[in-house]
Design a protein around this ligand. Structure first.
Ligand SMILES: Cc1cc2nc3c(=O)[nH]c(=O)nc-3n(C[C@H](O)[C@H](O)[C@H](O)COP(=O)(O)OP(=O)(O)OC[C@H]3O[C@@H](n4cnc5c(N)ncnc54)[C@H](O)[C@@H]3O)c2cc1C
Length: 365
């Protein structure tokens, strides 16, 4: 087999499959993406924060280096996309503010800042006056704020359209087909990047599927900022309101994304309670949101794993798995694309993927 030019079948065209397909095509391989409806999964519903620092969760240390590497490599992925497509990506590097609604939220923010600093992340304590001079639309009564310059954003629906366009221009073939068994596809190498759908793809293991994937739903809202108020915000604003996390993502098309809840109730539609809570908390942080036009209430399912870490690794001489990106898949695409391509080429990945072993939750061994 000529490893410098492989035929690669990518099963699943969400952000992970598309970004990896483009990277593989750029490295000279013949790539086919199989997906009945590309970019229709979790990626379509995501907020699009690229937040290796603000998204830190206590006791998830194995995730941190993956998130940091992804953020570091993101400009490369965006540049690769822009090399083959002129479509907009919504990629912005204006930084992030995190604010606290009341004193208890401020204590939480300060504890988190200490934890982030302990892990070498750059977080700047700001007075609420400083925060409001950066973002005058913030509520005057906030209790605290920090600035995180290294946390960025993109617009997932735009970015996947530019990735699809870039892939097509880089000779990636698209087939509108659902694959249920990897032996159905004729290719030197296969990448399973089907998000939650990976749980139903067979042909690469004995017994039960070792991937322990579950849908973790999130409600999310899109509003439009009236012309006279634009730009309401100029950077991502995250907040804690009575300990509930919330984020507001301003876009260049005058929309604002407000997200996101976390629930495991199996209900696919946006839930009234979640939407109400998001709007109420968003207005607490930025009162002028009351005057925005309501555009869309949406909900999507994150592909969760038991330890919140992805499944990324080779599982046979022909198959590589890349799924389970849970709440960080937009960010982690910056890492998954590069390391996924390296795994397909059977070369050492640029970062240790030991914590991402696809077999680690195998139940029948
Ligand atoms: C409300 C919400 C907000 C989020 N916000 C953020 C955020 O701000 N930042 C962040 O980093 N992450 C965020 N996420 C998480 C992120 O969206 C996911 O981790 C990421 O989109 C996963 O991408 P994926 O390509 O693995 O899966 P998906 O986007 O789900 O794509 C899987 C694709 O595989 C296809 N497929 C499935 N089965 C098959 C099959 N058998 N054969 C062929 N194709 C198949 C599907 O059609 C789909 O197109 C959010 C998620 C949600 C729901």
């Amino acid at each position: 087999m000529d490893v410098s030019k492989l035929s690669v079948a990518v099963i699943g065209g969400g952000i992970i499959g598309l970004a990896t397909a483009l990277t593989l095509a750029d490295r000279g391989h013949a790539v086919t993406v199989y997906d009945p409806d590309p970019a229709s999964g979790a990626t379509r519903h995501a907020g699009g924060m690229l937040a290796p620092t603000a998204e830190v969760v206590y006791k998830q240390e194995p995730l941190f280096p993956l998130m940091q590497a992804a953020a570091q490599w993101y400009p490369e992925l965006v540049a690769l996309t822009e090399k083959s497509s002129t479509k907009p990506t919504g990629y912005r590097t204006d930084g992030t503010l995190v604010v606290a609604r009341d004193r208890a939220d401020n204590t939480h923010l300060e504890e988190l800042r200490e934890y982030q600093s302990l892990h070498g992340m750059e977080v700047e304590r700001l007075t609420t006056r400083q925060a409001r001079s950066l973002e005058p639309a913030l509520a005057p009564s906030l209790a605290g704020a920090v600035g995180i310059d290294g946390d960025h954003q993109l617009q997932p629906r735009l970015f996947t359209q530019s990735l699809i366009d870039a892939c097509a221009n880089a000779s990636v073939e698209f087939r509108a087909a659902e694959i249920t068994d990897v032996s159905e596809v004729d290719a030197d190498q296969v990448l399973i990047s089907a998000g939650l759908g990976a749980a139903d793809i067979t042909g690469w293991y004995e017994g039960k599927n070792p991937l322990d994937l579950r849908p973790v739903y999130g409600d999310i809202i899109h509003v439009s900022v009236p012309e006279h108020q634009y730009p309401l915000l100029t950077r991502v604003v995250r907040g804690f309101v009575e300990d509930r996390p919330i984020y507001l993502i301003p876009r260049e098309d005058r929309t604002l994304t407000i997200g996101a809840t976390t629930r495991e109730d199996g209900r696919e539609n946006p839930q009234v309670q979640g939407i109400y809570q998001l709007l109420r908390d968003a207005i607490e942080i930025c009162p002028a949101i009351e005057e925005c036009d309501f555009l869309e209430a949406d909900a999507g399912a994150r592909p969760g794993s038991p330890d919140d870490l992805p499944y990324l690794g080779r599982v046979s001489d022909r198959v590589t798995v890349s799924t389970g990106y849970f709440r960080h898949g937009i960010l982690l695409a910056g890492m998954a694309a590069r390391c996924g391509a390296e795994l397909v080429e059977q070369i050492a990945p640029s970062i240790s993927l030991e914590a991402c072993d696809p077999w680690r939750h195998r139940r029948d061994s």
